[in-house]
Design a protein around this ligand. Structure first.
Ligand code: FAD
Length: 541
């Protein structure tokens, strides 16, 4: 008798698991049950089809049951919903498209059921102009509504990844968009200072087409407006709800599998649930965080695919282990790309780490080569060891490669000292001789080694020295009652600075402040450099 593997859910994790199981075991009998119409479609591509960037709908449909059979000899059945799992008899009960119920036995079961968009109990729901986006039929409905109803305004409720991707997509379709986020800021996993900068840039660059409302929830859906918790009305001919997802764990719960603290089905390192013959992967699985070891449910395609591969291999007889996830993510919002990996400041604090942060701003490639824009790199670094615990990167270009280098560094438990010497590719169109990653690590490395004293905020008692040039001060403004002494004049004007006060120096981004710090420190002044300079102080002071 050949090994019988049954997979529930035929998209990201499930399709990957089935294909891997086949590669590991040519003789296994593999069946995939998918409740929906489509197998292995590109969930992540849906917003880009709505935007009109992906023009060919067929390109989103990566596999058909026939292709699955031809290539892998896997029986993939769409419009087949698994209704229950009988762990004693080792069989699943399945509803077929004609409504009949069949039983399918298994030796190993892989569950990859994903997560449902949460629909909050707003007044006015359900409504024809209010949508969620999980799958191809949802996408088709949104696309049809835009084509036939010609909406002019939209509200996106929830400023996470999908919400922001959809805000951009709807703007591409010519709508004015308001993003309504209940948390203190959009992309709640970003640190406050980074989010503040993002929102400020968006307000400046897209003042007429995009409004971002932070720290306020919606409460009611009107026909062409949304009512906020404070009673204010926001114009919205259509609404997208993207307030988060809820793992599909009802089947697992009813089958008696252990549900973890995060609400996902608890999985061990081999991705087995509390029943060793049942594997669980993807949005509905609870695995571990690679840095903290804490239980973690992470609704992202990368982890779902890699977990699927491991569970598929293990179900077919292999012995692979899943090390955990870092939550590496990236999202584009109009002219900005935002990436992050590892812990944010709150998570690092909650996990008990003693750490500091360092924010640097550098050109995405050699500043003399056309098209360079600023990449902001924020590192979270463990005090003492210099180990990188997390990173957030934002800019117009070159964010993706920096965040991936940092993800690799964090995965490898590297320190800022390792990054200082990292030999990254360079030619003027692509980077700089010292890449933004190297520079971020130099700055953080100085702090670990105690080469500089930095502070994040200043007080009124401090003597503030602004070491920028006067034209910069005129253009950007200054901090507090600072005295302007450009760094090029500092050595000649030391007598203007009091020796009996705490001196705080700052420049635009931090680098000239570091030089000024060295000049003053080595001349016997009590001095600190304001971290990240004027631009960072706007976000933290
Ligand atoms: P899914 O891919 O959702 O598959 C689960 C499948 O199981 C569903 O098709 C469902 O119909 C089926 N199913 C459930 N219950 C049953 C049952 N009882 N019987 C049969 N079938 C069942 N992640 C990123 O990393 N980057 C991105 O850019 C990104 N963009 C996204 C954009 C959108 C619009 C969406 C919706 C998601 C995006 N994601 C992104 C998240 C990513 O798609 C998910 O994390 C990933 O698909 C999870 O894989 P999964 O296998 O757990 O679930």
């Amino acid at each position: 008798m050949s090994l019988k593997i049954v997979v529930i859910g035929g998209v990201a994790g499930g399709a990957t698991a089935a294909a891997k199981a086949r590669r590991v075991n040519e003789h296994a009998e593999i069946t995939v049950f998918e409740r929906g119409e489509y197998l292995s479609f590109a969930n992540c591509g849906l917003p880009y089809y709505i935007a009109g960037e992906i023009k060919d709908r067929e390109k989103l449909l990566l596999m058909t049951p026939q292709k699955f059979w031809d290539k892998y000899r896997i029986k993939a059945l769409i419009r087949h919903e698994v209704l229950s799992v009988d762990r004693v008899a080792k069989k699943v009960k399945v509803k077929t498209p004609d409504g009949s119920i069949i039983d399918e036995v298994y030796d190993k079961l892989i569950m990859s059921q994903g997560a449902m968009p949460i629909v909050p109990p707003f007044k006015g729901l359900p409504a024809e102009h209010v949508f969620v986006l999980r799958d191809v039929p949802d996408m088709d409905k949104i696309d049809l509504f835009i084509k036939t109803q010609n909406p002019k305004t939209a509200a996106v409720i929830g400023g996470g990844f999908i919400g922001l991707e959809m805000a951009e997509a709807l703007m591409h379709r010519g709508l004015k968009v308001t993003v309504i986020e209940k948390a203190p800021h959009i992309l709640p996993l970003l640190d406050d200072d980074m989010a503040r900068e993002l929102v400020r840039d968006m307000e400046q660059d897209y003042a007429n087409t995009l409004t971002i409302l932070n720290a306020i929830g919606a409460s009611e859906m009107g026909k062409d407006f949304v009512v906020l918790e404070n009673g204010q009305k926001v114009n919205a001919d259509m609404v997208l709800l993207s307030v988060g997802v809820k793992p599909e764990v009802a089947l697992a719960r009813e089958a008696g599998l252990e549900i973890g603290v995060t609400g996902g089905v608890k999985a061990n390192g081999r991705l087995q649930s509390s029943d060793p013959d049942i594997y669980v992967v993807g949005d509905a699985a609870e695995t571990t965080h690679l840095i903290t070891g804490a239980r973690l449910r992470i609704p992202l395609a990368g982890p779902a695919n890699r977990q699927g591969r491991i569970a598929g291999a293990n179900a077919a007889g292999a012995h692979l282990t899943y090390p955990g996830a870092l939550g590496t993510s990236i999202v584009r919002l109009l002219n900005k790309t935002i990436g992050y990996v590892g812990l944010n400041s709150k998570q690092a604090k909650d996990a008990g780490f003693t750490f500091f942060t360092s924010t640097t701003r550098d050109p995405s490639h050699a500043s003399y080569y056309p098209g360079a824009t600023t990449v902001i790199t924020k590192l979270l670094v463990e005090e003492g060891s210099g180990r990188i615990l997390g990173a957030q990167v934002m800019g117009e270009n070159g964010v993706d490669k920096r965040v991936d280098v940092l993800a690799t560094a964090i995965y490898g438990k590297m320190t800022v000292h390792d990054l200082e010497s990292l030999d990254l590719a360079y030619a003027p169109p692509f980077g700089s001789a010292n890449d933004p990653i190297n520079i971020a690590s130099f700055v953080a490395g100085h702090e670990v080694k105690g080469d500089v004293r930095t502070i994040e905020t200043f007080s009124e008692a401090d003597f503030l020295v602004d070491v920028r040039n006067p034209d910069e001060i005129q253009k950007f403004g200054k901090l507090g009652n600072s005295v302007n002494i450009p760094v090029s004049q500092l050595r000649d004007r030391l007598h203007e600075i009091p020796k009996d006060k705490k001196i705080v120096v700052y420049c635009q981004k931090g680098q000239r402040g570091y030089l000024a710090y060295q000049i003053l420190n080595q001349n016997g002044f009590q001095v600190a450099n304001l971290k990240g300079g004027f631009l960072q102080a706007r976000n933290t002071n």
